[in-house]
Design a protein around this ligand. Structure first.
Ligand code: NAP
Ligand code: MG
Length: 405
């Protein structure tokens, strides 16, 4: 402790972002982080203006720094589209920063809802969170597809390294025109995905479920199942048993039925498309985007934490007009606590780990005592609610943090 503040050994990477979340980011640091922690960060401004000025180099630099330091916290950022090109006078329509970072870290994103009494999931049996891991490479997201005229024949052609061709019939379109699609995935990407999932399950001490459709897709989906199973048996089984958690594979349709009947408390790993669909379903069923956290975990154990929501543009435009906005800071706070806890665990600084848990507890307590943003108040079953602006929300959390520390 210096001036009563918690000391950090190694810095974390801090990625600054855009719009309303950029505004809240500063308040979070000022009100509930810096008064308690002698904060050490390596700072990268991923705000769209600076990405444009650096030719987006800053994004790769931030990802490289994350590889080096092992832990990062990221503010939400704008992914430019044509409207943003005009709004910011951009030189180029830069790629999504999250996509760039994920490509460099080769990671998997885990999204987890924050459970708050009074904000009930739509599924009454769900008592614990269900973090979702979506494989973010390949399948229909990197497909080749075509319209096929009537009378055509479609084949799958694979040319091996020696130039030999293997031809597999897909369909003869004798009676009707139609459509075909070619998709792929790689053993390397599936293996990275599997390792990220197993590592994360060990890290949080929760069972891991993986689901695909190997009974129908006997080679493609079966490959996913086999790779998961081989890596589990050879690298993770002993550690899972030691932790008392299991790895469980089942068919995707069986998994859906089990998830709905479950009480939660396990990680659900899914192929790209299934993860796309199911993560939106789970986010909605748990209640609110403002309560969804997200962490990118690389197969070699690098962690990048962020809120699952975007930059909350609508709130930012009213903020610019001088109106006070009621944006929920909770998911962004949990991005900070996730990163600080991880840093504390890696460095063996127990104070930092304890602070992260205290701040999370104070945040949840604030909402359970009825203090919340406007959007959350519409979902809350509590009787006496107090709707607060973002800055007030943070002072309410600080009051409770001081009480429990
Ligand atoms: P968004 O920023 O998540 O906001 C969508 C709406 O959800 C908001 O207008 C607001 O509803 C509600 N909302 C989200 N977070 C909230 C919070 N913390 N507190 C209260 N309400 C919240 O999504 P978007 O409007 O589609 O995207 C805006 C920008 O964010 C885009 O430029 C996009 O590229 C970027 N984005 C970034 C990331 C990321 O960096 N990870 C992720 C997604 C989107 P009301 O307006 O009804 O109050
Ligand atoms: Mg989606």
């Amino acid at each position: 402790m210096a001036d009563g503040k918690i000391m950090m050994k190694t810095p974390i990477v801090e990625m600054y972002g855009d719009e309303m979340t950029r505004v809240i980011w500063k308040w979070i640091k000022e009100i509930i982080i810096v008064p308690y922690i002698d904060l050490k960060t390596e700072y990268y401004d991923l705000g769209l203006k600076n990405r444009d000025e650096t030719g987006d180099r800053v994004t790769s630099e931030a990802a490289e720094a994350t590889k080096r330091l092992g832990v990062a916290v990221k503010c939400a950022t704008i992914t430019p589209n044509s409207q943003r090109m005009t709004e910011y006078g951009l030189h180029e329509m830069w790629k999504s920063p999250n996509g760039t970072i994920r490509a460099i870290l080769d990671g998997t994103v885990f999204r987890t809802p924050i459970i708050v009494r009074g904000i009930d999931p739509y599924v009454p049996t769900w008592k614990k969170p269900i973090p979702i891991a979506r494989h973010a490479y390949g399948d229909i997201y990197k497909n080749t597809e075509s319209i096929v005229p009537k009378g055509s024949r479609a084949e799958l052609v694979i040319t091996d390294p020696d130039g030999c061709e293997k031809r597999l019939p897909i369909h003869s379109f004798e009676n009707s025109s139609g459509i075909v699609q070619g998709v792929h995935n790689t053993d390397k990407s599936i293996s990275s995905f599997a390792r990220s999932c197993f590592n994360y399950a060990l890290e949080v001490g929760q069972p891991l479920w993986f689901a695909a459709k190997d009974t129908i897709s006997k080679t493609y989906d079966h490959r996913f199942k086999d790779i998961f199973s081989e890596i589990y048996e050879s690298e993770y089984k002993a550690r899972f048993e030691e932790k008392g958690i299991e790895y469980f594979y089942t068919l995707i349709d069986d998994a859906v039925a089990r998830v709905i009947r479950s009480e939660g408390g396990f990680i659900w790993a899914l192929k790209n498309y299934d993860g796309d669909v199911m993560s939106d379903m789970l986010a909605t069923a748990y209640g609110s985007l403002g309560l969804m956290t997200s962490v990118l975990v690389s197969p070699d154990g690098v962690y990048e934490y962020e809120a699952a929501h975007g930059t909350v543009t609508r709130h930012y435009y009213s903020y610019l007009k001088g109106e006070k906005e009621s944006t929920n800071p909770i998911a962004t706070i949990f991005a900070w606590t996730g990163a600080l806890r991880k840093r504390g665990q890696l460095d063996g600084t127990d104070d930092l780990v304890r602070f992260a848990s205290d701040l999370e507890r104070a945040s949840v307590m604030t909402m359970e005592e009825g203090v919340m943003d406007k959007n959350l108040s519409l979902l809350s079953k509590l009787e006496n609610k107090k709707i607060v602006y973002s800055e007030e929300f943070l002072y309410e959390i600080r009051d409770r943090l001081d009480r429990i520390r």
